[in-house]
Unconditional design. Structure first.
Length: 532
């Protein structure tokens, strides 16, 4: 566990000069000829380095950080677009000026071209959101061809992807946007459902890049069978007599050759990639020496114990949201850890132990420098056919308030995003990424018809004592991999050399020249009624 030490820049320089630092900061990475709109902020505004004391006793050493931020927590919710989650506020005044509609670039629910209807977070239907049968159709504007999954009865005739969640169910999210910072034009980093989306959130890819065990093939769908639909995610999280494909997928992401998924050849064009490509086991290795995830980089930088460097908090080893278990050496690492409490990947349903540790004088686990938190199904905002209303806002408030009201708040940033678009309408995106115009040498992403990146717009909220100002809205177009770039630049990690390279580091959303903002709790939201 680290102890925050608020040394000034001169003191940090002196410590560095005295060689007392545990690890020097790596050189900044830069994208080759990246366009100005996505070029990295050379230095976070007003940032001064900070030091943390690592270890105990004779093993104590200093670690430096580029800013006062020494901990980053990424909370990953499920299956929503910006229009779907916030269009209920379209005409309401925005604290930063104008209306929510203008500030967040929302679709007018009453626009006659695509009028939106209200549907609860726990909608009784789930839009299809696989790549081959949903994204490809929707990206061509054919939302009218959307299909739906309903587990126990016929889908209602009112089922439509042109939906928005009523304001009565999303006030917790409105408070976060009003009090902190929002990136209004963030695109999903890929075009598929949860499995590849969660891989992108730790690796900036799902295979296909140089160094990936499956290159040039990228994982594009959920594991379990040759055709993946939205009901895989629903069935995988509930005990409702899942199909044989789903049973084979449970807890068998690595080392099981009979578990398959569809992939995309990153060297092919968009049109060619709509056919069925070679199918591989949903287990990969990324990057040089197969250590190409942010989790590996955190381990290398911060050392032992590994669960002080990074933690991935999940509700199950079976979940397709448990991204580290889809990476061979991380899977092996978890399996070989005798005391699973000490493992960096941890099963903590509802993050209850994580929340308890934040307030404990004797926590069971340290507060890691990099933490990913994923919810239970009923608390994830994932549409369902038997959960209404969803407990997503209550659970997110429970976790975010616990961090904000803890002793770690002064040097912590929380990033909240939704893993994929979930099949819901959004009027922004998709587009092919800048790698196609500015390719790196030998990168498969130099393809001008990139078959996997990017998807539709998803919400991204930043909660930090150093946001530029409350109700700040960043309008630069980026993919979710900007989160990875922010983590790299804040924690002093090297570039993954994947989609992180082609994104900014969210730098305009931060200003370290002002005093740290006190945490503003999410109010009027009950504690979750139950956990998984």
């Amino acid at each position: 566990m680290s102890k925050f030490v608020a040394f000034g820049a001169a003191a940090v320089t002196a410590v560095l000069g005295a060689a007392l630092l545990g690890a020097a900061l790596p050189a900044r990475h830069t994208a080759a000829a990246a366009p100005a709109s996505l070029s990295s902020v050379a230095h976070f505004r007003g940032a001064r380095p900070s030091l943390a004391v690592e270890g105990t006793g004779a093993t104590r050493h200093f670690v430096t950080f580029p800013t006062p931020i020494q901990h980053v927590v990424v909370v990953v919710m499920e299956n929503r677009t910006v229009d779907n989650l916030f269009s209920a506020y379209y005409s309401q005044p925005f604290p930063g000026g104008g209306t929510y509609g203008s500030a967040l670039n929302l679709w007018d629910p009453n626009d006659r071209r695509h009028p939106l209807t209200q549907n609860a977070l726990g909608a009784p239907f789930d839009p299809r959101h696989n790549r081959y049968d949903a994204f490809v159709v929707e990206s061509r504007g054919r939302w009218d061809l959307e299909h739906f999954s309903c587990a126990h009865y016929k889908c209602p005739k009112t089922a439509t992807p042109y939906s928005y969640v009523p304001a009565s169910e999303t006030d917790a999210y409105r408070q976060l946007v009003a009090n902190w910072a929002f990136a209004s034009d963030t695109l999903q980093a890929n075009e598929g459902p949860s499995w590849p989306a969660h891989q992108y959130l730790i690796a900036g890819q799902s295979g296909g890049e140089a160094g990936s065990a499956t290159a040039p093939y990228s994982q594009a769908e959920n594991p379990g069978g040759s055709t993946q639909y939205a009901d895989l995610e629903v069935s995988e999280e509930r005990d409702d007599s899942p199909s044989p494909d789903v049973l084979r997928a449970r807890g068998r992401f690595c080392g099981q050759t009979h578990v398959t998924l569809q992939t995309i050849d990153m060297l092919e064009g968009f049109g060619q990639s709509e056919k069925n490509n070679p199918i591989v086991t949903p287990c990969d290795e990324y990057g040089a020496n197969h250590r190409g995830t942010l989790l590996d980089e955190a381990s290398a930088r911060f050392g032992n114990p590994s669960n002080a460097a990074w933690q991935y908090i999940a509700h199950s080893t079976r979940s397709i949201w448990s991204a580290p278990l889809g990476v061979q050496h991380l899977y092996d690492q978890y399996q070989s850890t005798k005391n699973k409490t000490d493992a960096s990947f941890t099963v903590d349903p509802g993050a209850q132990q994580f929340v308890a540790d934040l307030a404990s004088a004797n926590p069971t686990r340290p507060f890691a420098h990099l933490t990913y938190v994923t919810p239970c199904f009923t608390q994830s905002d994932h549409p369902s056919s038997n959960v209404s209303p969803s407990q997503g806002p209550e659970w997110l408030a429970y976790v975010v308030n616990a961090i904000g009201q803890s002793k770690y708040w002064p040097n912590t940033t929380i990033v909240v995003t939704w893993d994929d678009w979930g099949g819901w309408f959004d009027h922004v995106g998709p587009l092919h990424p800048f790698p196609n115009a500015y390719p790196l040498p030998n990168s498969p992403n130099g393809n001008p018809n990139d078959p996997l990146e990017y998807g539709f717009r998803v919400p991204l909220i930043v909660i930090s004592p150093y946001v530029t100002h409350p109700a700040y809205v960043s309008t630069g177009q980026r993919s979710q991999s900007a989160i990875l770039r922010y983590i790299e630049d804040s924690l002093g990690l090297p570039s993954l050399g994947a989609d992180d390279v082609y994104n900014d580091d969210l730098g305009d959303m931060f200003d370290f020249s002002h005093k740290p903002l006190p945490y503003v709790p999410i109010t009027g939201v009950a504690k979750p009624k139950a956990f998984c």
